[in-house]
Each structure stands twice: as C-alpha cells, then as structure tokens.
Design a protein around this ligand. Structure first.
Ligand code: FAD
Length: 476
C-alpha cells in the first residue's frame, strides 16, 4: 500500500476513463485513487434512466477492476458521506467533474465549503459541456435567449478544448474498513425494475458504457453524415447518432465528439448544431433553475389547460388512434428513446390537440427516457408548447397526419411499433379512420377493436387549441 495520500474521485454523471479531467488531474499528481459513486435515493433519476445508471455503474466498476481498482458504491447523502470518507481515508483532495443542474450545484457548493473547513481540497473540472454555461454571453453580458446568435457566438470563439486520453497508469487504495457499512454491493443497487421487470426492451436496445459510446460515434461517422441534415427527420431511418443517453451519463463528452467529427473531415455542421442545442439548453437551465416547473414566458400561466386523465393515459400508452403519435409513444415505452421528429409530434399532440399542460409530458418523458436530461427535456417541451424562449409559437399546431405522411411516407416506422396496422397500406396507414370499415377489415383492422379510433378529431382539436389561445391572448 502506498504512503502517498490518495485522491477521492467522485463519479456522478461522468462514467468514463477517457477525457475525464478529474481523473486525469489525479493521475498527473501520481496519486492513488479511491473511486466512489454515492447512491442517494432523493437524487435518483426516473425509471428508465435509473436502469441505465445501473449499467453505467457496473461497466465502470468492471473497467476499474481491470486496472486494479473498483467503483465503490456508497449509500447516504453525499454531503455527509464524502467528508466522512475523506477524513477516514486521509485523502489529499476530492475531485469531481462539474454538473450544472440546480440541486447538484447546491450540493457541490455546500460540499466544497465543508471540505475546505476540514482542510481538504475540493477540485472540480469541466467536461460535460463544450463551454461552461456561464461563459457564453451576449455583448452586454446577459445569457442568450435565442439559439442562432448563441451558436454563432460559440462557433466564433475558440474551438473546444482537446479531450484528454485515459491516464496511462492508475493506482488505487482500498476502501477503509470503517466505510464498509455504507458500501452497497452491486447486486443490491436496487436500480432495475423487478416486479414487473419492464426493462426487457431497454436491454434489447442498449448497452451502457464508454466502449459502446465510441462504437455509436464510429458507426455514425461511417454513415453518410452529409445526409444527416435531410435524413434526421425520418424516424424509420437509422440516420441519427443515438448518442443521447451516452452523453447524458457522460460515457462520452461533446469535446470527444467534436474532435472525432473534425478528424473525420466530414461536413457535419447540422449535427454539431444539435450538440449546440444541448449546450444552449444547459445554459438556459443554469440561468433558470425552475425551467421544468415554470413557463419561461409567464403570460402562459393564464392558458386554460385541460384536466383529462383519460386522454393523458391514451397518450402515454400509445393509444390515441393517431398512428405516428402511438408509434412514438410505444417506441419510448419499449426502448426508452424516441426519434426527435416524433418527440416533437407527440409533444405538440399532447399540448395542443389535448390541451394538456406540457409539464405532464415533461414528467412522463423524465420517467421513461433513458436519455432524460434535466436541461434538454424541459427546454424542448417549452419550445414545442410555445411557452419557452426562442420557441415555436403556440398557434403553430403540428398536423400529426401530415407529419406522418411527410416523414414516414411508407409507414415503415408506424408498422414497426404499431403491429396492429402492419398490413394497412401506406395510403391509409397515416389516418386509418378515413378508410371505410370493410376496407380496413380486409387489412385485419376493426377500429375500436384492434386499434383505437382517434381520441380527438384533428380539426376540432386544432380549433379548440386556437380558441383557448385566443381567449388567453385577450387577457394579456
Ligand atoms: P442526434 O440527432 O444524433 O444529435 C446528437 C446529439 O445532439 C444528441 O445526442 C443530443 O445530445 C443533442 N441534441 C439533438 N437534438 C437536440 C435537441 N433538440 N435539444 C437538445 N439536444 C439535442 N434530448 C435529450 O438528450 N434528453 C432529453 O430529455 C430530451 N427530451 C426531449 C423532449 C422533447 C419534447 C423533444 C422534442 C426533444 C427532446 N430531446 C432530448 C432532444 C432530442 O430529441 C434528442 O436529443 C435526440 O433525439 C437524441 O437522439 P440522437 O442522439 O440520435 O440525436
């Protein structure tokens, strides 16, 4: 056992060994590591992301074991567990990579102060974003409210930092005996569903971890990236990177993606701009910690949302009778992910066709997405609801039938997720109720028996939303 005092490396949302500045700095000092994750019940994500977290912990633990260490999972509140561990392990410093959500920031600030009072250094590092959220500002020093100038400012500034490699050699210390009562064995993390075990679809769709993240990136860059700008809107195509959960859990950093794109020599401006939306969302959350709770445009507080538990349940279960909406909601339930174009369609449907408060949708996504991100989710919901900054206006109501015809013309995506409609031809699949009953029966579908009829009439729902908008506009 080494006599050099160790660095306590606290993993949170950065499950990787490459481009890990907190790890890199400890290795540069040639200090041994004590690697931990703190399992804090109150800070756990929604169900699907929790399933991912389980995998992320296991994969990182196994990577550390291959290098002679381990990821020790400790239960309790980070504010208490970490200073206690730092004392008993006589660590020289505690390192972590920064997180930017309001609750996490509060914990980290308090912890830094507490450690300082005990004479222990706390060092935090950047990594999850291309730019620290407080660094991209308008000329007047204010946060940007509109994406285009925000992104222009990012592109005009210095290129992102060059990612660091995995440190060439690592050494570790054991968890002190006194901490063993806090240790949670990996087979008792309690993060995966048991009764019922609804995670089969997630297991089929995803493998968490750093290696898989790299494989996704390589596979994406091997495709026709130039076609991304066009193809990314077609849910039946595999044209997007599917990197979102890997970014969410820090298996990969945006700086690594940026570097790989540059090295590929491919024109990927549109793809990089999507990463830019992720950055923009975090910069908004940094300034507006209540983003998931409040309309960014407060005048929308007066909008008369409907309470409609049946409609909400039909939407959640993918039983609205609108095939594209249902396909999306079922893809989400089964795989924990949904194609971006379809996310927009289902969000618009909930908020405008059903006039249900966007926060209901935000909460459902938070529980069901493996990539649930506390910034991107509310920003996108508010964008679609028209309540956010730089948002689509409320009165622009997506037509789920036209969206379906345009972006899934052959109905391929619909057939994948709504097997009841597998035999219905492309000409009828986007709005099956428009076909007469005998025709549909010939394709094996009786509406109301095999597949629901539409829960709202498109034209009527559109008019209702516009009326609500008109009424509410009178008051502002
Ligand atoms: P790609 O097209 O390959 O894009 C690359 C990366 O850019 C993504 O992995 C993601 O990190 C980022 N990105 C792409 N589009 C957006 C966007 N509109 N906003 C912010 N970042 C973006 N994304 C999340 O990561 N977490 C969420 O919780 C989330 N909730 C959403 C809710 C709604 C209502 C909508 C409309 C979109 C939401 N998105 C969210 C954004 C987007 O749908 C996903 O990031 C994207 O579908 C992920 O697939 P991909 O990795 O293949 O994306």
């Amino acid at each position: 056992m080494t006599s050099v005092s160790p660095v306590l490396l606290w993993f949170r949302e950065d499950f990787r060994l490459t481009d890990n500045a907190a790890l890199w700095a400890a290795a540069q000092e040639e200090r041994p590591l004590l690697c931990i994750f703190v399992l804090e019940e109150a800070a756990l994500p929604g169900g699907a992301a929790r399933w991912w977290l389980d995998g992320a912990i296991r994969v990182l633990d196994s990577a550390l074991r291959k290098r002679g260490g381990a990821l020790h999972v400790l239960s309790g509140a980070a504010r208490e567990v970490i200073p206690h561990l730092a004392r008993v392990a006589a660590v020289q410093a505690v390192h972590w990579n920064r997180r930017y959500d309001p609750v996490g920031r509060e914990v980290d600030t308090a912890l830094k102060t507490a450690l300082k009072e005990e004479g222990i250094v706390a060092r935090s590092f950047a990594g999850a974003l291309l730019n620290e959220p407080w660094t991209v500002r308008t000329k007047g020093g204010a946060p940007f409210q509109v994406f285009t100038p925000y992104w222009r400012a990012v592109r005009a500034a210095e290129p992102p930092r060059v990612p660091v490699a995995e440190p060439p050699s690592l050494s570790f210390v054991e968890l002190p005996e006194e901490m063993k009562p806090h240790l949670v064995p990996l087979d008792r993390l309690g993060l995966t569903p048991t009764s019922p075990d609804w995670a089969g679809g997630l297991r089929d769709a995803w493998i968490p971890g750093e290696e898989e993240a790299r494989a996704h990136l390589t596979a994406f860059l091997d495709t026709d990236v130039e076609a991304y700008a066009e193809e990314r809107d077609r849910p039946a195509q595999d044209a997007t990177s599917r990197l979102s959960p890997y970014l969410r859990f820090g298996h990969i950093t945006p700086a690594q993606i940026w570097q790989a794109v540059e090295r590929s020599g491919k024109a990927a401006d549109k793809f990089l701009a999507e990463l830019g939306w992720r950055e923009f969302a975090w910069s908004l959350l940094f300034d507006r910690p209540d983003l998931a709770m409040r309309n960014l445009r407060p005048e929308f507080d007066a909008l008369p949302w409907r309470t409609d538990s049946k409609g909400l349940a039909a939407w959640q279960q993918g039983r609205t009778g609108y095939p594209l909406v249902d396909a999306g909601m079922r893809e989400l339930w089964r795989t924990g992910w949904m194609h971006n174009r379809v996310r927009m369609v289902v969000a618009s449907f909930l908020v405008k066709h059903l006039l249900i408060d966007w926060r209901e949708g935000e909460r459902w996504f938070a529980d069901t997405l493996v990539d649930h991100d506390p910034a991107s989710n509310p920003v996108n919901w508010q964008w679609n609801a028209g309540t956010g900054v730089d948002a689509a206006p409320f009165f622009r109501i997506m037509n789920p039938i036209l969206q379906s015809r345009k972006f899934d013309p052959e109905g391929e995506y619909i057939r994948r997720w709504v097997p009841e409609l597998a035999r219905v031809p492309a000409s009828l699949i986007h709005a099956p109720w428009e076909a007469d009953a005998d025709t549909l029966r010939a394709y094996g579908v009786v509406l109301g028996r095999d597949y629901p009829g539409p829960i709202v009439d498109h034209k009527g729902a559109r008019a209702r939303a516009l009326d609500a908008w008109g009424e509410f506009r009178k008051g502002i």
